[in-house]
Design a protein around this ligand. Structure first.
Ligand code: MTE
Ligand code: MO
Length: 423
């Protein structure tokens, strides 16, 4: 038998070239398009930089992004008070599936409260055998679970729903009310069982400790099965903006139901009909009626690279990349169209695909430099498909903007511009 060199085996094992890499090599190396790298312009010794000959900086207690980076949340003008409104995640500048905690979008109805973790109390009461009061220290003694899930505001992408002409802003400016984290906490069902829900208890009311008095009704069964009382975000305590020290997470449900700064859960016989589920977060239909309790965020995808306000680098190889998610479960496929939606090509989803979680998609593409419209369309594991803008608009009153999930189209011009376009 021929002796095999282990190093050779290793390189064989790790050298499986995905279709995207194969296409890149073919395009770039054939010199067909513009390769990203350029040949050495001097001897390797001439590339020695001061950073290679000067000792580096000292340790820091809490790391920050490089000073050469300037990626920030996009702040919207505040509403009726300084803390009313939202800030958007710069999704066009981010990679992978997890949103850095400091760039998680924010949606506050009355600002970020300053809550002392040692003083905070969380109550379970109402139709229960044993009303309970918890400190965070008490909650910390329960078994925990960690899950990766997105949070998306019901008002995300509303700019495309409402504006008669496509707004010319970044992908984050339109769709940045989406973020994805690893959340760690205690299963709500366990605590409801400890309190002992009475047979008449069919709903819960979840209410916050902020000055907005955010409160939402959730059917007991779903709250029991799916609810997580979140204590940690991406490995550290929740950020104040995300509900420190305690938030309710209903994975895949409309952002608004994920009550931050959670103060109490009351078990009720029927929905409480709070302001946030009557005057807001309903869907206005064509006949003047409104659908209430539209809990689950429908499937969506957005190409973030290239996307609105970006400038192309002339013809050649590009990796089309973006994010996709569905409140119904896993994403089954993402397809890309380059011809106004007549034909579609499946994108790759090379990373992990988790349920109710942001998934990254990628597709190698060789741009010929001519004007083209690029669109992405997500399908989830339950068979829900992203609609066209026209199909979505047709279902609702012209005033409706919540849970807008129509296909996003980007117009790439021969002048290298990338613009938002309705097709
Ligand atoms: N207490 C409280 N919880 C809240 C809100 C709020 O204003 N106060 N906003 C809700 C809305 S509308 C959304 S979209 C999400 C936003 O979560 P984030 O700010 O962590 O991104 O929180 C929800 N929970
Ligand atoms: Mo929201």
């Amino acid at each position: 038998m021929k002796k095999q060199n282990p190093a050779f085996n290793l390189s064989r094992m790790t050298n499986k070239i995905a279709p995207s890499r194969r296409k890149f090599l073919k395009t770039a190396l054939a010199g067909a398009g513009a390769a990203a790298a350029v040949p050495l312009s001097a001897k390797a010794d001439d590339y020695i930089t001061p950073s290679m000959t000067t000792p580096g900086k000292a340790f820091t207690p809490y790391g920050m992004p490089s000073g050469h980076e300037d990626v920030k949340r996009l702040l919207r003008p505040p509403g009726i008070s300084p803390g009313t409104g939202g800030s958007l995640s710069p999704i066009e500048s981010l990679e992978g599936m997890i949103t850095p905690s400091g760039l998680h979008f924010e949606r506050h109805h009355n600002g970020v409260p300053d809550i002392d973790i040692k003083a905070h109390k969380f109550l379970i009461h109402g139709l229960v055998d044993k009303p309970l009061e918890f400190t965070i220290a008490a909650l910390d003694r329960y078994p925990r679970i960690s899950r990766m899930h997105f949070v998306e505001c019901g008002g995300n992408s509303a700019a495309n729903a409402g504006s008669p002409t496509p707004p010319q802003v970044t992908a984050g400016g339109i769709h940045g009310l989406i973020s994805c984290s690893e959340w760690t906490g205690v299963q709500l069902g366990m605590l409801l069982d400890e309190a002992g829900v009475k047979p008449e208890g069919k709903w819960i009311l979840a209410e916050s400790a902020d000055a907005a008095g955010m409160s939402r009704s959730i059917p007991l069964q779903e709250a029991h099965e799916q609810g997580i009382l979140v204590l940690y975000q991406n490995g550290e305590r929740l950020r104040p903006e995300q509900g420190y020290p305690l938030r309710l997470l209903m994975p895949g449900w409309e952002g608004n139901l994920n009550v931050k700064w959670l103060h109490r859960i009351k078990v009720t016989a029927s929905p409480t009909m709070t302001k946030d589920e009557t005057s807001k977060y309903t869907q206005s239909l064509k006949d003047g009626k409104a659908n209430q309790f539209n809990f689950i965020q429908p499937p969506k995808s957005v190409i973030t690279r290239p996307s609105g306000m970006m400038t192309m680098n002339g013809p050649g190889y590009y990796e089309i990349s973006g994010i996709t998610w569905s409140g119904h479960g896993k994403i089954a496929k993402v397809e890309i169209s380059f011809d106004g939606g007549s034909t579609w090509t499946a994108a790759e989803m090379p990373g992990p695909v988790f349920s109710k979680c942001v998934t990254r998609f990628r597709l190698p593409w060789e741009w010929d430099g001519k004007a083209v419209v690029v669109q992405s369309r997500a399908t989830d594991e339950k068979g829900n498909v992203q609609p066209t803008r026209a199909a979505w608009k047709d279902r609702f009153s012209p005033a409706q903007f919540y849970q807008y999930n129509a296909i996003q189209a980007w117009q790439i011009g021969a002048d290298n511009t990338v613009k938002n376009i309705y097709v």
